[in-house]
Design a protein. Structure first.
Length: 103
């Protein structure tokens, strides 16, 4: 009986932790271990562009991308969680760069 209760408690705790984690979901992309970030212009998704990482920050022991340099104008772009992309509005047309997931 005692053992069963502990298992149940453990499960409850895990669920609680899981829910807490899910609420905190932030879809900002992580920096790949090799540090190479590739993006794709959503208007021209055939081309992969290697992009310069300007800034990262550490979150939950992982490196998160704070800003990337726009491949066209070089201005820093930050993550837009609504678009799930890095967006540049500094070189005329709005450019939306999606992160290419390599593996
Ligand atoms: Zn730009």
């Amino acid at each position: 009986m005692g053992r069963r209760q502990t298992m149940q408690e453990k499960y409850k705790q895990q669920m609680k932790a899981y829910r807490k984690k899910r609420m905190k979901v932030d879809n900002t992309p992580f920096l790949p271990p090799d540090g190479n970030v590739y993006v794709m212009n959503s208007l021209d998704p055939t081309k992969e562009i290697k992009i310069e990482v300007l800034k990262t920050h550490t979150k939950q022991h992982r490196e998160v991308i704070t800003s990337l340099a726009c491949p066209v104008c070089g201005n820093p772009m930050t993550w837009d969680s609504k678009w799930e992309a890095f967006i540049c509005v500094k070189h005329g047309e709005k450019a939306i760069y999606e992160i290419v997931n390599k593996g």
